[in-house]
Design a protein around this ligand. Sequence first.
Ligand code: FES
Length: 178
Amino acid sequence: MTTTAPTTPVLTPEMVAAIQDLFHRYPTRQAITLPALHMVNAKLRHVPMAAIPEIAKLLELSPAQIYDTLSFYGFFKSEQGGYVRAWVCRSISCALRGAEEVLEKMCDKLHVHPGGTTEDGKITLEFGECLGLCDFAPAVLANEQVYKSVSLDQVDEICAMLKSQADAQANGTAIPTL
Ligand code: FES
């Protein structure tokens, strides 16, 4: 007889409780899928594939239903990202006002490729689509902070801020803002 070692659940008891807290706020368990994925992503900085059956069981849905939602949104990654996740908008207004150059300079400064995470695992830098800040192109979003009308001259300062914020999050200290 072969036995398989028990695996450690991906969802912590706190995550399970937080998802269960949503039950009374949504009309169906299916409607909780997206907020549950966001919750897991916020805690783990990604949504591991192993979390899918656990979320499915909790919501009384099939793993395929969870995966459908997960894979629909490019926002969710299966690999862990940085403490700070930054997006440089590449949609038309920002593209016309130098977003690509901003991204290139940020990549140089952080030693990372677009879509990649810094070697220390602290900052993920990506292209993003319209952030709704077209009047302030080019725009950058980093976690919940926006940077408007970003010039190449500001890139050093922004990257330094991203590093400070990532360090603060990694160390559990107060997060600095510009
Ligand atoms: S095009 Fe960049 S914010 Fe809208």
